[in-house]
Design a protein around this ligand. Structure first.
Ligand code: GAL
Length: 844
């Protein structure tokens, strides 16, 4: 019995003063959330809940309503988000809840759309977010040790958690108050950490659980990946598959808090994607094994604006191959295929919430899971786990064809409405269309050494995070090296070699103001070694090391111990004396760039210096600021900057940072074609090998004025700003790829209504964006076409009227529907062969 249930039972039985107060608080707004072994109940009703993660600071408040509506239309009941502590408390005790961090506004918008909220307060988030969501100042609280049984840490965690819970209560946002929040999360995936830390970890878990429960939210708490979550907290599963999972007590429901829809991108890595068929399969498998709550992580991934990306090396795009893409557009067919899955699952809901399934084998790799309610509802899931072959199974009095690695859903235990490997939804090819090119730039050269007003000098090398407190990515280390006229290398010998060992993440080496070389690590190994011949002259040489942090790690134990920057040793070899150790010399430090201290990214700051104009603008020059002004393009399509000719740096629009770019870091990996069938992991399906990990950078429309927008770029390495292009993202073409006997929900409704007796054929639905029309037919074949959307090919069987039909039904329309039957294409082109329709139409 859940905590709230227990309290409600007490409420019904006693009328003691204290209890009465508690009861009246809980029943205000008439909401209640409880749970049992089967499911979460909201207001007394057991529910199969479909949820999706949308992290509010990864989009703009202007985007939120549309994202939430698209989530609702996609069949979601719940929106899940972390709470991002470092965004809300940038300095101790100074809180921020505005703009992208307006948590209350976000939750109220979800409520307005009629959806629930799963609030993961953490306050540790992980989430590929800078420092896992912890404010960096927390590292400097005396005696702190993160995420363990440590008093200073626990005090800070309790203070922030209480602050958030009180804020939610004050705004009446818990379900028990009539609000949308039905679940809260404390900590995040602490199980593995507890295992590592032993007894103090265990004590911390107990403390965190009690601290959370004592806050009296009136709704259940969950802990993900935490097998020993103390009662009444529900332990939940995260992963690519979670059907194997069971909660730690028989009276808790089986919940999946992170069903990974794809994976994050790192600079230097290829872009992961997860086929919709496998994602749908994993979800259907979870539901058929008795699961009742599933959350897509991410449903909309969005953007790591500013310096919010974790890491190190997490890319600015957090697209995640989610059902809504980074820009908030539908990712098709994933969005549509999941929407159909959700409708199929909801048709089964009365049977699903009634109890455990009866499982029957249907073959070596095939099973039926049948759910029945006392009222007579029956729902069946027919699964084929075979990764390679189709299966023909008999179930009830009928035969069913199951594609490899797929599950069919029969909401009446008879008719298939959905198969996870048969996509009825359209797919879409997107394009990035240039709208502004050839900006007229002005440039400003950044300083290339650390000498100046606000530098300081110490003997030896300083750790970077302690020095910058993460107020900037940049830290200059500068030292002098004297070279006497007697050095052998001056008379035609090899150049001396500078060796720099750094804890990460990237390093530019300047010798006497000239860029001499660059080195960087990777997410897997952020450490780096720079080892290169350097050009030194007689007399005093300035060696300036610009060390760059590319996001602080978001995962791992003991956040208080993590390092970045040049920790040494630093040495020079190839001198007459052999090797000279520079580690313990005097080093001068400067935190951040001159342009940062002048706020060159902002309107006021950028007018405080003289910029170089026109043909004097420096190209391919390291450490250069560029600025230009442009007018916003018409329309409402999402916008991005194509940064392909730049190397590494940051971009700002009207003073707002759109994030770090690093186009120079090319993706290495294996981008071979990938099959949906078979176990998925984040390395299985990859794209962009050999190209920039991220080429386009999202500019939210709401950050633009109609005219006079200030675009500022800081380039570290050297690039060509003249090819920076503003693009809009839009649908290029849409496709449908449907088998002639493929199940559809619409047909099922007709069939089960008894109005039709014969099985019905599916239909192809094609629809361009509003404002677009279908302008031509790129490909159409009813028969045995091959390939996928974007590269369909005719097979050996092809109905000759395939094109004509689409010309007639679709061209000039915004959307069209065509039944997949031989008659419509002029007769059966190859009887007794399983046929399908593949079509691609151009939208413009
Ligand atoms: C999970 C974690 C999430 C996110 C995810 C990977 O383990 O809970 O916050 O980091 O991994 O995207």
């Amino acid at each position: 019995m859940g905590l709230v249930n227990i309290i409600m039972t007490m409420c019904n039985s006693f009328f003691l003063v204290g209890v009465v107060l508690l009861c009246s608080w809980i029943s205000r707004g008439n909401g209640s959330v409880s749970y049992d072994s089967k499911a979460i109940s909201v207001n007394g009703q057991k529910r199969i809940l479909i949820s999706g993660s949308i992290h509010y600071p990864r989009s703009t408040p202007e985007m939120w309503p549309d994202l939430i509506n698209k989530a609702k239309e996609g069949g979601l009941d719940v929106i899940q988000t972390y709470v991002f502590w470092n965004g809300h408390e940038p300095e101790p005790g100074k809180y921020y809840f505005e703009e992208r961090y307006d948590l209350v506004k976000f939750i109220k918008l979800v409520q307005k759309a009629g959806l629930y909220v799963n609030l993961r307060i953490g306050p540790y988030a992980c989430a590929e977010w800078n420092f896992g969501g912890f404010p960096v100042w927390l590292k400097y609280v005396p005696g702190i040790s993160f995420r363990t049984n440590n008093e200073p840490f626990k005090a800070a965690m309790q203070k922030f958690t209480t602050k958030i819970v009180n804020m939610m209560k004050a705004e009446r946002l818990y379900e028990t108050q009539g609000g949308p929040i039905i679940l809260s999360q404390i900590e995040n995936e602490y199980g593995p950490m507890e295992y590592e830390l032993g007894a103090p970890g265990k004590a911390y878990t107990e403390w965190a659980a009690k601290m959370a429960v004592d806050l009296g939210t009136g709704v259940p708490w969950i802990m993900c990946k935490q097998d020993d979550a103390p009662d009444p907290i529900i332990n939940t599963c995260n992963g690519f598959y979670c059907d194997y999972f069971s909660p730690n007590k028989a009276y808790k429901p089986k919940m999946w808090t992170e069903a990974w829809t794809g994976w994050f991108t790192e600079f230097g890595g290829p872009v992961p994607y997860r086929p919709a068929e496998d994602l749908a399969f994993s979800v259907a498998k979870f539901i058929q094994k008795g699961g009742s709550f599933i959350n897509y992580y991410m449903y909309h991934g969005g953007t790591n604006f500013g310096r919010t990306a974790g890491g190190p090396f997490i890319a600015t795009s957090y697209d995640y191959d989610a059902p809504l893409d980074e820009y908030g557009l539908l990712r098709q067919p994933k969005w549509g295929h999941l929407k159909d899955l959700h409708r199929a699952i909801k048709l089964c809901e009365p049977a699903l919430v009634s109890g455990d399934p009866v499982v029957t084998p249907l073959g070596n790799y095939q099973e039926a899971h049948v759910f029945k309610s006392r009222a007579g509802a029956c729902a069946a899931f027919l699964a084929n786990y075979n990764q390679r072959s189709f299966a023909k199974v008999s179930f009830g009095s009928m035969h069913y064809n199951l594609p490899p690695w797929s599950i069919s859903i029969l909401p009446d235990c008879k008719n298939t409405v959905y198969n996870t490997a048969r996509i009825g939804a359209q797919s879409a090819q997107m394009k990035m269309t240039p709208v502004r090119k050839g900006f007229s730039w002005q440039s400003y050269n950044e300083e290339t050494t650390s000498y100046g007003d606000d530098t300081f000098t110490v003997a030896g090398l300083l750790e970077q995070v302690n020095t910058t407190r993460d107020h900037t990515d940049y830290l200059w280390y500068t030292t002098d090296v004297k070279i006497g006229p007697w050095e052998g290398f001056l008379r035609g010998g090899n150049m001396p070699v500078l060796t720099v060992l750094s804890a990460g993440h990237a390093l530019h080496v300047f010798i006497n103001g000239q860029l001499s070389g660059t080195a960087y690590g990777s997410l897997e190994n952020p450490r780096l070694t720079f080892k290169q011949g350097v050009n030194l002259r007689i007399g005093v040489n300035k060696i300036s090391l610009l060390s760059i942090a590319v996001g602080l790690p978001n995962i791992g134990p003991h956040f208080e111990t993590w390092n970045a920057g040049v920790l040494g040793p630093v040495s020079l070899s190839g001198l007459n004396e052999g090797k000279r150790d520079l580690t313990w010399q005097k080093w001068s430090y400067k935190v951040g760039l001159k342009g940062e201290s002048l706020s060159l990214h902002s309107l006021s700051g950028s007018s405080s210096v003289e910029w170089v104009e026109g043909s004097y603008v420096t190209e391919r020059q390291p450490l250069t600021w560029y600025k230009t002004v442009f007018n916003a393009p018409n329309g409402d399509e999402p916008l991005a900057l194509d940064m392909n000719t730049m190397s590494k740096g940051q971009v700002w629009i009207n003073g707002q940072s759109i994030g770090r770019y690093w186009n120079q870091y090319k993706a290495t990996g294996n981008c071979d074609a990938c099959n949906y069938a078979g176990w998925f992991n984040e390395k299985k399906c990859l794209k962009n090998c050999g190209e920039a990990s991220q080429r386009w950078y999202h500019i939210p429309r709401s950050w633009l004025y109609p005219t006079g927008n200030l675009l500022v770029v800081f380039e570290e390495w050297g690039g060509n700003p003249y090819d920076i292009t503003l693009v809009k993202r839009e649908v290029a073409s849409v496709c449908s790829d449907i088998y002639e006997w493929q199940p559809t929900l619409v047909n099922w409704q007709l069939q089960s209504s008894g109005k039709v007796t014969k099985p019905l054929r599916p239909k192809a639905h094609l629809s361009c964006d509003s404002g677009q029309k279908i302008s031509s037919i790129k490909f159409a074949s009813f028969g045995t076409p091959e390939g996928a959307c974007g590269n369909f090919r005719q097979g050996s069987c092809h109905a000759f009227h395939s094109y004509d039909v689409f010309e007639r039904y679709c061209v000039g329309q915004q959307s069209c529907t065509v039944p997949v039957t031989p008659e419509i294409f002029g007769g059966d082109p190859c009887p007794n062969v399983m046929k399908k329709l593949s079509v691609e139409v151009v939208c413009s």
